[in-house]
Write a protein that binds this ligand. Sequence first.
Ligand code: CP
Length: 335
Amino acid sequence: HPKALLRAIQEEGDCLIQLANQHIVSGDQFDQHTMQQLFRLAAKIESNPKRFHTPLRNKILISAFYEPSTRTRLSFESAWHRLGGDIMSITDRSTTGIAKGEGLADVAEMFNNYGDCVVLRDNCNHSLYDMMDSLRIPIINAGNGTDEHPTQALADMYAIFKWRPDLLDPTVTNKIRVGVIGVPNKMRTVRSFLKCLSVFSHAVAEVVVIYDDAAETELFAPGQREELEQRGLKITTSHQLEPELPELDVIYINAISWEGDCVHTYGRRFHLNAASPLKPDAIILHPLARGEELATDLDHTPHNWYFSQARGAVFLRMALLTCMVERTEHVIDVV
Ligand code: CP
């Protein structure tokens, strides 16, 4: 329940003010203190959402999703609605001037006139960066190609700390072993998750990356593993799922990666189901959409934290949007 997490985090200073009018592009932007305060606010909202129905009144979100999405678009839009704001949605770039060759910088210049915040999902890694220089309203990366999905990672961490608030304690001894079934080099969810997890490396005994050795791709991008290890994560790798499962406390599984205009699947020989040899109190996280890798017979077991993860994303995004947008008026005045 969010109240246990709320009790575990003291309100300390107003570090969230630094998020006002900031672009959110990467998991790297969040230090431990900021994340904790964000989780505290999310838990406060989740405990009593009706108290927070006005912060974004008269504010407009431009929701631009040029790649398919169920959770991210709808949870951002739900979050914005719940905070009292209005939304303009673009779900197909061919309905905009982009189809006529309009440059992204010009599109961004127009967005400044029409909204107070942009949430962008794009299959190109660089579109976000092409727009940022021209934007005077904040933009949130809702998934840019194979690069990053920072708010998904924040939602992942929010789910983990709701499950085990004691992991926030820097002296925690009952550390977790995390299994990541996926490809950190290709999956933006996994890339951002590992970045955010590394901020709390004090709570992580080990991360085991389980991957299909038949996948014709590099498991890590150049320097990616070294950077995570420098931040304190102990990383090992394995080609076998079943022998690892009885030792894992958190299993983060994903099998798809959107690359260019196509979905690629990785690790399809790995499957989790209710008969998998999981620790009795292990939790499963999955950014979803799911495929064959995650059987529906797990949905009604205590291992299912992936639905809670998706539900919590609404409150996490409400917290983030409130901090980013509510206080932007004086900043935008300089335009
Ligand atoms: N987790 C996630 O990004 O899901 P969608 O693709 O449905 O937004």
